[in-house]
Structures are given as C-alpha cells and as structure tokens.
Design a protein. Structure first.
Length: 239
C-alpha cells in the first residue's frame, strides 16, 4: 500500500513509521528498503484485501497523474464488502491498474463490484504481448468509415483473449508512444474491436472537474459500444 493511517491521517511510508490499515484497521509497518518501492505492509502475513497486488513503479507512475485524495480509496458495497480502489475519481469512476496476471473469476468480481470501472493493463509484462498485438493489428480491418476502430482476430494474441470477456472498458498500456489501446468489445465469433485512445485524454478527462467532460467519457463508452453492435449486426445480415 502507498498510504496507511497515522493518527487518522493518510501518510506515505517513511522509515521507522507504523500505522493502521484503512481497510481492516490492523497494524501496518513501513517497508523502506533499497530495492522495492517504499510501501506499507501488514504486520505478519495478514492480507485483508485479496484483490490487492504488490505495487510496481508502473503502478505508482500512473497513480501520480491523479490527486492523492483519489488514490487508494476504500470502496464499500451495501453488503459491507470492502476493497481498495487504485484510483476513484470525484465522479465515481474507479480506475484499476493491473500489472500481474488476474484470473477471470476475480476480474468478473471486480467488474461487478465497482459500478463504474475502467482497467488500465500493463501490456509489457509478457514480452510476447507487444508483438502479438502488433500482428493482430496488421491483420485487422477498419470498421466502416472509421479507420481508427479496428476489427481484430485475436486467435494468436493472448492479451486480447485474456481480457476479451471483461464488461468494463479495458485500456492496454504498451509503454511506448502517446496512445493506449482501448479494447472496445469482443464478440462470439472470436473477433475483438480496438482503437487508439490518447493517454493524455484518458487522464485529463478524469482530472477535469467539469461534469460535462466526464459525461463525454461515459457517452463515448456507450456510443462506441453501440457503433460496434451496429457494425456486428451489419456483418450478420451480410452472411
């Protein structure tokens, strides 16, 4: 964890500090070594949030784009279940930064738990993913007059297969360049729709306090889904 509670106040890890977990209220200790990034850990081997993964510098780099008051927010459901959201914006969007493998059952649980969720997935963890994704793009076709939206065939692209069934928007971060790749939708015939989406626009849309801009993001999610569905209907009528 990046933050723990000291006298009720959120604070980053510093040498020799101790605090309390914001989820379970149990004791935490500051881990401030020379190899791993400084973080908080529960005393002993307790893990109160099974969805939490060990943070990397990639996680921290993404979090730094957002106010500290949005980072590591405890989200509580009506049934009392609690989890720490990587970022929760003032408009209610939860952004989860996923570096390591996540099993499909847990991913579906998170999709259901957070009412408005967007995933940002590290696409460089497995060396094969970048090349496989490029190959899928090379074989892709444009959707109607919108050449930005590409219909891919991810039979040999593991990262598209891994995330294709998510109900939440998924953005792949392949590291290089100004764009993320948005996985718009996967369909039963095995194809998947993707489009580039500016990294800066993704960040700024959520940072802006203007409700209109946030609604534009929500509207874009809905509009793109509708466009892809209409295109799929068109393809089915042609078959």
């Amino acid at each position: 964890m990046k933050f723990s509670l000291i006298n009720g106040q959120r604070q980053e890890a510093q040498p020799k500090l101790s605090g309390k977990c914001p989820v379970c209220d149990q004791a935490t200790v500051a881990k401030c070594g020379e190899i791993k990034i400084w973080h908080w850990a529960h005393k002993g081997h307790r893990t109160c949030d099974p969805w939490w993964e060990n943070e990397t510098e990639w996680h921290r780099d993404w979090k730094r784009h957002f106010p500290e008051g949005w980072q590591e927010i405890v989200h509580k459901a009506e049934n009392g279940e609690k989890h720490i959201a990587d970022v929760k914006t003032d408009q209610g969007w939860v952004i989860e930064f996923q570096y390591s493998y996540i099993n499909p059952e847990e991913r579906r649980s998170r999709d259901t738990f957070y009412p408005k969720l967007a995933w940002v997935v590290n696409g460089t963890r497995r060396k094969r993913d970048v090349q496989q994704f490029k190959s899928a793009l090379n074989r892709s076709i444009g959707v109607g007059s919108n050449s930005q939206i590409r219909r891919t065939f991810p039979g040999e692209c593991a990262i598209l297969r891994d995330w294709g069934s998510s109900n939440a928007p998924v953005f792949f971060d392949f590291g290089a360049g100004p764009s993320l790749w948005w996985l718009l939708k996967s369909v039963p015939d095995g194809s998947a729709y993707v489009m580039p989406f500016s990294r800066g626009d993704f960040i700024q849309t959520h940072l802006s306090g203007a409700t209109q801009q946030v609604r534009e993001f929500e509207g874009l999610v809905n509009d793109i889904s509708k466009l892809v569905s209409e295109y799929e209907s068109h393809l089915r009528r042609r078959r």
